[in-house]
Design a protein around this ligand. Sequence first.
Ligand SMILES: *Cc1c(COP(=O)(O)O)cnc(C)c1O
Length: 415
Amino acid sequence: MWPDSGSDVVFEMIEREVERQNTTLQLIASENFASPAVLRASGSVLTNKYSEGYPGRRYYGGNQVIDEVESIARERLSTLFGAEHANVQPHSGANANLAVYLAVLEVGDTVLGMSLDHGGHLTHGSPVNISGRNYNFMSYGVTSSDERIDYDQVRDLALKHHPKLIVAGATSYARTIDPAPFRAIADEVGALYMFDAAHIAGLIAGGIHPSPVPYADIVTFTTHKTLRGPRGGAILCTTELASVIDKAIFPGLQGGPLEHAIAAKAVAFAEAATPEFADYASQIVQNSTELGKGLAAEGFRLVSGGSDNHLLLVDLRTFDEDLTGKQAQEVLDLAGITLNKNTVPDDPRSPFVTSGLRIGTPATTTQGMGATEMAQISKLIGRTLRHSEDHRTLSAVRSEVSELCDRFRPYAFAS
Ligand SMILES: *Cc1c(COP(=O)(O)O)cnc(C)c1O
């Protein structure tokens, strides 16, 4: 019936990727290990089905089972976050944000969002992103004193520019984002308020970070970061906005939904509602705190002095003035430590070079690592960057990393 593609070279590549994930440290703050159940749902025959529309209102036949799957995903998600309405169709976090803009803005409207080089996301108005090309984004940032969101600046800019929408949320910000002040500012200037919880959705679901749902008109997020589901996005909103949001996702922005991904989201939402997940969320933050202490002891400066969430933003300049984020990322990669370079606030270097690193604990926490391992990892990072030209150090670190990963193997299957 089908060509014999079971031995396609692609499967050998997938095996090698399993091997990489099993034997190196995954410290990219936006990554995690989805559960075998999530993987199973996302690899299912639901990928075959066309289901444009929403449960009960589809353009094609044969959607009886699909309707059940999408309905349970929506119900679980609304319950998990106590939201009035949920849309589980966004293919990604970027699409979730774009759909919101499409739903509530006209081209050229003014929006207030967090500046990219202070921790905001590309979809919050970068000139190279459709958000920045279609809308007039103004940016707020962090204070230079404590490197935390400058709510006074948010208010000043809102009063001055009268945005139609205020966007909260970040991609490299290590502190708790208080959702309440944004509501007050939005009310004062008559703006809508969107909270992009892409990174911290799992911490909110686990009850560790304050939920923006009671405050924001719309909450967007990804399902694959701390929430630990399949790659994808989701939107929560008030009943009042439900219809414009749904219409913006389909037919506004996307075609047929990825129902295999939606099934996997439903599985992940149930996992995130368990007491074990709340423990997991709290352990993520404890691990990040521990890792931060270790890195500070190695001589790195932590932007804002520490972390309240799953990530640390490390300023390399106190450790080594000449070491760039790019070099550090590359040498750590050779040692089996995977993380990403990141600008620090007011970074004199370009975003391709940077003076910082972003380091996250969601994946290692899923593996079951704790305080002892975080201390070990901070030492390995210090050692690697102190002797970055010494091959013997790199291979010694690489073996210590494999031993560590072997004791906390994420996936039992293959390699
Ligand atoms: C990751 C992220 C996104 C985009 O998610 P994708 O699924 O990669 O499109 C949007 N906003 C924020 C704040 C993010 O961190």
